[in-house]
Design a protein around this ligand. Structure first.
Ligand code: FEO
Length: 398
């Protein structure tokens, strides 16, 4: 798709990647594709804010060419080094070797180490302003949101915030604005993005939101580097970020398990029924047939996570480990947890899952539940009662 005007003399010139299904290598599933958003500002100084993933450089150049000559760019802003946004820089700089490249200090370090170009770097800090002619930009450093180099660019006269990855979503859409697409779909992807990428930086997110609020700058539009542009209601995604960053949860449990011969699965379904008995929303996932990023998205607003596995080699199943590893890295706030599973002779999986949940900052709500071999009807009833107990604990902490 071609360039799209987002304000007078400001254009989206990015690229749509409809068919990408994994991002960050295999680490992040993108069922709905993504976009690489790049913004072109036509002023006395023609300015490009961020580029695109390298293989889409031709698309970027073509979109810019719809508006102006791609070899007439004076300034390039690089809000973030990661290659999905800086990959188009070599193509732009080859056409504009004298262009100034505005970035953070860490940004310069990272860009030099990625592209080895001896470009005209202009290191900026929070509060640095640069005039483009009729317009001016203000920069806000945002270290660890989500890389050390990350920063936001604010277009002062138009009150447009270009915060790169922040407030983004991995979703390809035919239209560019929040009022033109399904918000339900977009918010699911925004939550998934936050849950899988920004959760470990939640305290920094809160601080940054406070800092930007204290600056007292109006925000009429937010143009992130992935997904749709927030023009109808930018406050919607800001409120959502504040809630996710605080670790707000609701009466909801996520049960994630794997199983060898269905005994642990039977326990999982019985536990689920216990939550239902107590009127608490619960979702159940067999880990090896589910998408881990989707499970983590569901955990984002759940108050409880219940993990099940049989025991093998004195541990939980290998398929369960990556979810526990992710939780340890993400360290979600304010979660209760529990473990369950069947076993044959030693049954260490429960203790090991509990330890791993605790290392992720999850509070163990009830001692784990384990049964030998195939659970009997009585044991399944006890599993259901276990679910009811967990549901009551969950409600008590609301
Ligand atoms: Fe941190 Fe979209 O790259």
């Amino acid at each position: 798709m071609g360039a799209v005007q987002i304000a007078e003399n400001i254009y989206w010139v990015g690229a749509m990647d409809w068919n990408i299904r994994h991002f960050h290598g295999p680490a992040y599933s993108t069922h709905k594709g993504t976009t690489y958003n790049s913004y072109l500002i036509i002023d006395d100084k023609v300015t490009l804010v961020d580029t695109v993933y390298g293989p889409f450089s031709d698309v970027l150049l073509k979109n810019i060419a719809e508006i102006t000559d791609p070899s007439k760019i004076d300034y390039v802003v690089s809000n973030h080094v990661e290659t999905d946004h800086s990959g188009g820089l070599p193509a732009i700089m080859a056409l504009n070797p004298g262009a100034k490249v505005f970035c953070s200090k860490k940004g310069e370090e990272g860009l030099r180490k990625h592209y080895f170009g001896d470009w005209d770097y202009q290191v900026v800090k929070t509060g640095t302003q640069v005039s483009l002619g009729r317009r001016s930009l203000t920069f806000v450093e945002a270290p660890m949101l989500h890389w050390p180099d990350s920063m936001f660019t604010y277009v002062n006269e138009d009150a447009i915030l270009l915060p790169n990855d922040a407030f983004g979503q991995h979703i390809a859409t035919a239209f560019r604005f929040d009022d033109e697409v399904s918000m339900e779909e977009v918010m699911v992807e925004a939550a998934k993005y936050y849950a899988n990428i920004l959760t470990p930086f939640s305290d920094l997110v809160l601080k940054k939101l406070e800092e930007v609020t204290a600056m007292g700058i109006p925000i009429k539009m937010i143009g992130p580097s992935h997904g749709i542009i927030w023009r109808k209601d930018p406050s919607r995604i800001i409120r959502a970020y504040a809630s996710w960053a605080r670790g707000d949860t609701r009466e909801k449990a996520v049960i994630a398990y794997d199983t060898m011969w269905e005994s642990t699965a039977k326990m999982g379904y019985a536990i689920l029924q216990g939550f239902v008995d107590e009127g608490v929303e619960a979702k159940l996932y067999a880990i090896s047939s589910s998408d881990r990023n989707d499970i983590i998205k569901e955990i984002l607003d759940a108050r409880m996570v219940v993990v099940g596995s049989p025991t093998i080699n004195k541990d939980f199943l290998a398929t369960v480990g990556p979810l526990l590893d992710d939780l340890k890295g993400l360290r979600p706030k304010a979660k209760l947890g529990a473990a369950f599973g069947s076993y044959g002779w030693s049954g260490e999986s429960i203790k090991n899952i509990e330890e791993r949940l605790a290392s992720a900052g999850v509070t163990i709500a009830e001692p784990g539940l384990r049964f030998k071999w195939v659970p009997t009807e009585d044991e399944l009833e006890r599993s259901r009662e276990y679910g009811r107990n967990l549901a009551r604990r969950l409600k008590d902490t609301g």
